[in-house]
Design a protein around this ligand. Structure first.
Ligand SMILES: Nc1ncnc2c1ncn2[C@@H]1O[C@H](COP(=O)(O)OP(=O)(O)O)[C@@H](O)[C@H]1O
Ligand SMILES: O=C(CO)[C@@H](O)[C@H](O)COP(=O)(O)O
Length: 550
């Protein structure tokens, strides 16, 4: 076949297995979207009875998913791609992104099922409950491991040592403390677990037909990886659970080609047998990869969680927040802040105050002035990550830290529009205050790039622009994590085909040489925004202090 014809037929497939959905995107050789599909867990797979993609566990702060739900979603999303006439015989490489921190515990039977997938059957008929020794697998929303966090930090010499080694102090949702909890509370299951995957490496495993390696960036969300040497830290492994390194396997670079797609996909979906499976990564690192922005940008993802991301030359010493290995630049790092009470809280208030209509929600939001007449609210419905606080607090303009009712605040504001503005301004002031505490300075050069489900909401973006006093941009596609997955597949394939020579372009240069990154301005901050919001940052701190002390 002439080379040009062969090249025009090479497409790249990306997946994003995030909290609420499994999404897929097929990109043409010049990286434009050819087909896309998604499966929403709550509505497409009601038999798993999830709310917002997860279920609450029997004990306080526990959240889980049945892994077979994700397998079933993969069966459906592939069928949906085929129904759109996506030609999967052209896929040169696949990669994926997934919600971070969740862990899956493979049984012996599960691994042999992976090795011998029968193309006549659905995946979920083969990778079923018996493929895992833990059927209610903990995900990032789980905040039940404070005891294990304390034990791990103590064992390696303290919180500072943990930050220095892994980029984060121990967080309850991080995989290391979660594995330790399984080891302590379900010792037999831990002993029977042949391998442990992150959600991202589980995704790669399905395509590989074998347990896939964990990549450095997502591995940084475990409190187990030495982020400078990019190896598992022996001290952290020992502090977590016995014989853990053999269960995790060696971590790999995010552009690692793990192998060819397994025969199941060749037979059932006509993938070429040479199709490469590239390491999958976490959804936040993948979003940074999909955004392709320079250092002075703050990336904001409004998915189920709200996250802030930035590229870092060196890992700063942080008390809070996370430093991860950079997903696309070998010697760099990424900073990450994750806020638990994001879209699900906005959705709940939308239901209460605007009958679930985003249009009404925005009309109400836009009908109130910046600063909301001094009314402000914090809605930490679930235990927030930073600060570790739970509860709802509403303050009107009279309320001061010394007020007799400051701890209780007011029960309700006088109108839906005030409620809605108080929620969104409170959320964004919270995010800005924590980012500043982490050392991020918002100057005249700062620009924000927004992505994720809620980034389609112009009124919310305007409040972000005003609170951060920076212009907010969007890409043409609103799902940077998904885009990043397919871009990473394309780049890894390019490097694989061209060898690691000096003439090989960097990730960013390669992707931009194929397709310009179109950034569209969504909102400019209003001129008076800093005068209004700078004093409200202190008010946020006073309110957060009240919730933290309760
Ligand atoms: N118009 C909108 N305004 C605000 N939020 C929205 C809007 N449309 C969708 N969302 C929010 O987007 C969230 C899902 O975002 P998404 O990025 O798909 O999540 P995830 O990747 O975590 O599964 C939903 O919880 C929903 O509240
Ligand atoms: O815990 C984190 C990051 O540390 C979360 O951001 C998860 O990675 C879930 O992502 P979304 O589904 O909200 O995008």
């Amino acid at each position: 076949m002439p080379q040009q014809q062969q090249e025009t037929q090479q497409t790249f497939l990306g997946f994003d297995l995030s909290t609420q959905k499994l999404k897929a995107i097929l990109l043409s050789p010049d990286l434009n979207v050819v087909a896309s599909a998604e499966v929403k867990f709550d509505s497409d797979l009601p038999e798993f009875r999830t709310t917002g993609g997860a279920s609450a566990g029997p004990n306080k702060f526990e959240f889980f998913v049945q892994p077979v739900m994700w397998v079933k979603a993969m069966d459906i999303v592939l069928d949906r791609l085929v129904m759109q006439e996506a030609d999967l015989s052209t896929v040169a490489a696949i990669s994926g992104s997934a919600q971070q921190h969740g862990s899956l515990y493979w049984s012996k039977h599960g691994i042999s099922a992976l090795h011998s997938l029968d193309p006549d059957k659905f995946l979920h008929a083969q990778i079923d409950d018996s493929a895992f020794v833990v059927n209610r697998t903990p995900i990032w929303m789980d905040a039940s491991t404070h005891k294990q966090c304390f034990e791990m930090e103590t064992a390696i010499g303290g919180q500072t040592e943990m930050v220095q080694m892994t980029g984060s102090k121990c967080y309850a949702r991080f995989t290391g403390p979660q594995i330790r909890k399984i080891y302590q509370q379900r010792t037999h299951a831990y002993e029977d677990a042949q391998r442990i995957s992150l959600v991202s490496s589980f995704l790669a495993s399905l395509f590989l037909g074998d347990v896939a390696a964990i990549d450095y960036a997502d591995g940084s969300g475990m409190n187990l990886l030495d982020i400078r040497n990019k190896t598992w830290s022996k001290a952290c492994l020992n502090a977590c659970a016995p014989d853990l390194d053999e269960r995790l396997g060696a971590p790999v670079d995010g552009f690692a080609v793990l192998g060819n797609v397994c025969d199941y996909f060749v037979q059932r979906f006509c993938f070429p047998p040479t199709c490469k499976v590239v390491a999958c990564t976490g959804d936040n690192p993948s979003a940074l990869a999909g955004m392709l922005v320079a250092n002075n940008w703050l990336s904001v993802s409004l998915g189920t969680s709200d996250t802030l991301m930035m590229s870092l030359e060196e890992p700063p010493k942080l008390e809070e927040g996370h430093v991860l290995c950079h997903p696309t630049e070998t010697h760099k790092y990424m900073g990450l802040l994750c806020f638990r009470n994001g879209s699900l809280v906005r959705e709940a208030i939308n239901k209460l105050e605007a009958n679930g209509s985003w249009e009404t929600f925005n009309e109400l939001l836009d009908s109130t002035p910046r600063g909301n007449f001094g009314n402000m609210a914090l809605h930490f419905r679930e235990m927030e990550i930073i600060p570790k606080a739970k509860g709802t607090l509403r303050w009107n303009k009279e309320m001061q830290p010394s007020s007799p009712d400051a701890a209780k605040g007011v029960l309700k504001f006088s109108s839906p529009q005030i409620e809605i503005r108080a929620l969104i301004e409170g959320q964004m002031l919270h995010h800005r205050a924590i980012a500043e505490d982490m050392g991020f300075h918002f100057g005249s050069e700062t620009k924000i790039l927004a992505t994720g489900g809620a980034s389609v909401n112009q009124s919310i973006l305007q409040i972000i622009a005003d609170v951060f006093n920076a212009p907010v941009y969007k890409q043409n596609e609103s799902e940077a994590a998904l885009l990043g997955a397919a871009y990473r597949a394309a780049y890894a394939y390019y490097v694989h085909e061209n060898g690691q020579t000096e003439s090989v372009k960097s990730y960013r240069d390669y992707i931009l040489s194929q397709k310009p990154n179109q950034l569209n301005i969504a909102c400019e901050p209003n001129k008076d925004s800093e005068t209004i919001y700078a004093p409200m940052l202190q008010r946020y701190r006073d309110m957060a202090y009240v919730l933290e002390s309760q």
